[in-house]
Write a protein that binds this ligand. Structure first.
Ligand SMILES: CC(C)(COP(=O)(O)OP(=O)(O)OC[C@H]1O[C@@H](n2cnc3c(N)ncnc32)[C@H](O)[C@@H]1OP(=O)(O)O)[C@@H](O)C(=O)NCCC(=O)NCCS
Length: 192
């Protein structure tokens, strides 16, 4: 694979870019929210300092060319993130994760970001993109379905979310399925 790291991507409504110094205040708007953190791995932050520490870790990690983490900026404001992590070089697979502030839910923004990031990750050379969600978080599953991912099954005790072991709904997207879909209904308007 030819890792390129986190390069900027522009979609119709969004700018996907690296986190930058100064983003901690916006990060805390979702990382400090219990509702936002209910179905993600990280526990909610109690203080802004925790968000600042997390941001420092991100900034360090950008030195690695296999680190894929975009801030999602909408109308000039950072409202969330989208990442490709849990990389396997052997199977050329990567997992997708995302979160935006509650105020912006239900406008198709994460679907728009995910479609662009999936395209980007296939262009890097990944053959398979995985994602999973908590059974009680169907909105996340809808994002997966809307970008063409295939439901592979419910995995008993397959995840640790919000500090608890739970079942997870597993989805995957292969390169060939993505290419087939792109041929028939390519309308994802983005560029790096
Ligand atoms: C899950 C999340 C990423 C979705 O982002 P979003 O920008 O609102 O997603 P979109 O608007 O692109 O799509 C959401 C879809 O879920 C649907 N949806 C919302 N609530 C739903 C529910 N309770 N049951 C079923 N579908 C639901 C919406 O109707 C929409 O589908 P549609 O376009 O077919 O109508 C966002 O809610 C979020 O950040 N949640 C907190 C963090 C999180 O859970 N991350 C995922 C961890 S796996």
């Amino acid at each position: 694979m030819q890792h390129t790291g986190t390069l900027p991507i522009r979609t119709r409504r969004l700018q996907l870019r690296r986190f930058m110094p100064g983003d901690a205040g916006n990060i805390f708007k979702w990382s400090g929210s219990a509702k936002n953190s209910r179905y993600v791995m990280e526990r909610p932050h109690q203080t802004l300092e925790q968000a600042e520490q997390l941001l420092d870790e991100f900034l360090l990690q950008y030195q690695n060319d296999d680190f894929y983490l975009w801030a999602i900026a909408f109308q000039g404001e950072v409202i969330g993130y989208i990442t490709g992590n849990e990389i396997s070089e052997e199977t050329k697979s990567v997992s997708l994760g995302y979160c935006i502030r509650e105020k912006y839910w239900g406008r198709g923004l994460v679907t728009e970001a995910a479609a662009a990031v999936v395209d980007y990750l296939f262009s890097v050379g990944f053959d398979q993109i995985r994602a999973s969600h908590h059974p009680d978080n169907p909105a996340s599953g809808r994002v997966m379905q809307k970008i063409g991912m295939t439901f592979e099954g419910r995995i008993h005790n397959g995840s640790m979310l919000a500090g608890k072991v739970c079942d997870c709904m597993q989805y995957a997207l292969t390169r060939s399925d993505w290419e087939k879909r792109a041929e028939t209904e390519c309308s994802f308007d983005y560029h790096t």
